[in-house]
Design a protein around this ligand. Sequence first.
Ligand code: CP
Ligand code: NVA
Length: 317
Amino acid sequence: MKKDILTIMDLTKEDIDRLLERAAELKKIQKEGVLHRPLKGKTLGLIFDKASTRTRVSFESAMIQLGGTPLFISARDTQIARDEPVRDTARVLSRYLDCLAIRTYSQDLLDEFAEYSSIPVINALTDLYHPCQVLSDIMTVMEKKGGYGGIKIAWIGDGNNVAHSWINAAAVLGLYLVLACPKEYYPDGEILNNAVDNGRGKINVTDDPFEASSGADVIYTDVWASMGQEREHNIRKSVFEAYQVNSRIVKNASKDVIVMHCLPAHREEEISEEVLEGPNSVVWDQAENKLHMTKAILEALIGGRAGESDNLFSDSL
Ligand code: CP
Ligand code: NVA
């Protein structure tokens, strides 16, 4: 059975732990100069309907480094833009490709793609979630903090797609996550309630950034206006003013707090230049880990892990 990653809720704790372990191994062997080409002859399609630097290039590089071929498909140059139904596109592309990564607006559209595709479909960001981002972010947390258990993770800013994937990760992995957002920009209530009611994490939401950052081991922020919300930028700038991750917030956290941002960053908006470029910031290592985690994901989904016939995902057996 094919496996999709449309949200972190598609994965078990065991799946994520295996991906984290494998991503670390792949990073190590790459640094040692070992060539590892298990996806020779395989093709990954990337359908992108929104801008991207990191996700697009890390997926393309990951596929090339694993011996496969990435095929970038700008959504606006396809028949999708001329209203060919998603269910038709999905069935046709499944005959050409081995895996699809999709960045789009609507999670429903992604879900429809997955339903009609016979190949694995990966969420490369929607308005609702950014699961691969958070999987690679957890890899960075593990590297810097030695694990993800028993630490306080503070999300400060908009209750957006990346925040939703952190909430999902907290539920699946049992993270301690405190989100500070202006009340009108709290995360989606259904996603939050589902995680709190059914997950194993400790998840709190507040509108006080100092409560969230107090003693935090990890501080995470993201843009105040996500792609598709550009017209709200000015309104959001005034509402979010008190949520900037700056030296006052960092001083309120644990002494060796790490500051994370999925990037692109808007200096002096959600994060001060001083903090972004300062000693607590891990954003460049964080960005690098997108490559290594993507390789682990592609290897597992496309099934080319050399020398192993077992499927890496627990519900696919
Ligand atoms: N963090 C992230 O997804 O960046 P891009 O929008 O550049 O892909
Ligand atoms: N929340 C941001 C993340 C970009 C990687 C957006 O959706 O634009």
